[in-house]
Design a protein around this ligand. Structure first.
Ligand code: PMP
Length: 420
């Protein structure tokens, strides 16, 4: 009661200042794309836990499985022990996701978060190649621990902590130097030139679409070129699919349409199905050179997450969800195109793909203004990009068509009010 009357979370989200505090209320309930707050107000969720809630809040199919499991005294935590829940997940992931896509990976549990997956990817790449350096890209986001933060192209996120660590080299992402410059040519040139200072890297880490860095997307051609350069130089290619994986861009893995086969894939966020912490690192069988105990972590054994994750994979048994994503993505794209042409002096371009798309504003503060207005009107949306210049739409993949429309209508009227 004391806490409630102080209402501290209304203002802070947590008790320290490192959070952005954009959503100043206290949320109480959620179902699919709908949230409720303590004051009885409802919100449409166009944020989806930054991609951790692709299957919506309290997905009823997943919830039933979780409740049944708990009522049957299922093991909830099993560090270092095999369980039914783990086995079921692994078999289903191999069958439903990897085999159907002709992909061959061993699944590793690196810890509960995306950051853990990235760290484990760096570690395995360094172990396999015997090299230490990592190539990463402008505006990338890979996590908040020292290694992953070092590969994150955002000085603000480093929080003045004196990073990056040595051995990380930033190169321009696809499009960074304009649409006509193929920045992979720079990597190739640097690798061939002993005077470039780029010592043989262990790995190149890249997002196919930069979720935090402003929704820039790499073309298939650029990714294929990157893959070839990695192969030619004995460098492992890591795709960080933490935010773009699990269907966000339209296919389970975001790199599927490019035809590349990365050496390592990082997955987290929605892999846990119900917003439960879980991460995977997919590695090629020949790179499985771990000795027992060389990479551990207490919460790798979160069996509730395995139960939720197994049920979430059911969405990939057939192509119904993929179809729905395509339909929703088209609706979003049409809407954004309409807004971009109506406010062509205010909106620079549309970025993104599938169910992560956004508007790039001429004045960066307009993106934040829009999100603030939307919050007041019952839509949760965040900004992205180095200057927070992109308003980013990222609803649950399972959002109902009417709810999506309703959210877009609110966005339209917010834009009208901003610019008239
Ligand atoms: N990689 C990418 C691409 C991400 O978007 C994020 C989270 N936003 C991470 C890694 C880190 O994941 P986590 O916050 O779960 O540690």
């Amino acid at each position: 009661q004391t806490k409630r009357s102080l209402n501290v979370f209304d203002r802070l989200e947590s008790e320290v200042r490192s959070y952005c505090r954009s959503f100043q209320t206290v949320f109480t309930k959620g179902s699919n794309a709908m949230l409720h707050d303590r004051n009885g107000k409802t919100y449409i969720d166009f944020f989806a836990g930054a991609g951790a809630l692709n299957y919506g809040h309290n997905n009823p199919h997943i919830r039933t499985k979780l409740i049944d499991y708990l009522l049957e005294d299922g093991i909830t935590h099993s560090l270092d022990m095999a369980t039914d829940a783990k086995e079921t997940f692994l078999l289903r992931f191999q069958e439903t996701i990897l085999k159907r896509r002709g992909l061959c990976y061993k699944v590793m549990f690196p810890g509960p978060t995306g950051t853990n997956s990235v760290e484990s990817a760096f570690k395995i790449a360094r172990k396999v190649t015997g090299r230490t350096n990592i190539v990463c890209f402008t505006n990338a986001f890979h996590g908040m621990s020292l290694g992953s933060l070092s590969a994150t192209g955002n000085a603000f996120k480093r929080g003045g902590a004196g990073l990056p660590l040595s051995g990380t080299t930033f190169l321009p992402y696809d499009g960074y130097l304009g649409p006509l410059v193929d920045t992979t040519a720079l990597l190739e040139k640097l690798l061939q030139d002993p005077g470039s200072g780029l010592d043989s890297p262990a790995a190149v880490i890249v997002e196919t679409l930069q979720g935090e860095g402003g929704l820039a997307a790499a073309s298939g051609k650029w990714l294929r070129s990157l893959e070839r350069i990695c192969r030619d130089n004995g460098i492992l290619l890591i795709i960080d699919d933490v935010q773009m994986g699990c269907g966000r861009t339209g296919t389970f893995f975001s790199f599927e349409s490019s035809g590349i086969q990365p050496d390592i894939v990082c997955l987290s966020k929605s892999i846990g199905g119900y917003g439960l912490p879980m991460a995977l690192t997919l590695i090629k069988p020949e790179h499985d050179i771990w000795k027992p105990g060389e990479h551990n972590g207490t919460f790798r054994g979160n069996n509730l997450a395995f139960i939720a994750a197994s049920e979430a994979l059911r969405y990939w048994d057939d192509d119904r969800l993929a179809k729905q994503i395509r339909n929703h993505a088209e609706v979003i794209r049409d809407f954004l195109s309409r807004m971009a042409s109506r406010y062509s002096d205010k909106i620079i371009e549309i970025r993104g793909k599938g169910m992560i798309q956004g508007l790039v504003f001429q004045q960066p503060e307009d993106a934040s203004r829009l999100c603030k207005l939307l919050f007041e009107r019952g839509v949760i949306m965040e900004t992205s990009g180095p200057h927070d210049e992109v308003a980013k739409l990222m609803p649950p993949l399972t959002i109902e068509a009417e709810m999506l429309q309703k959210g877009l209508q609110k966005m339209e009227s917010a834009l009208v009010d901003m610019y008239t």
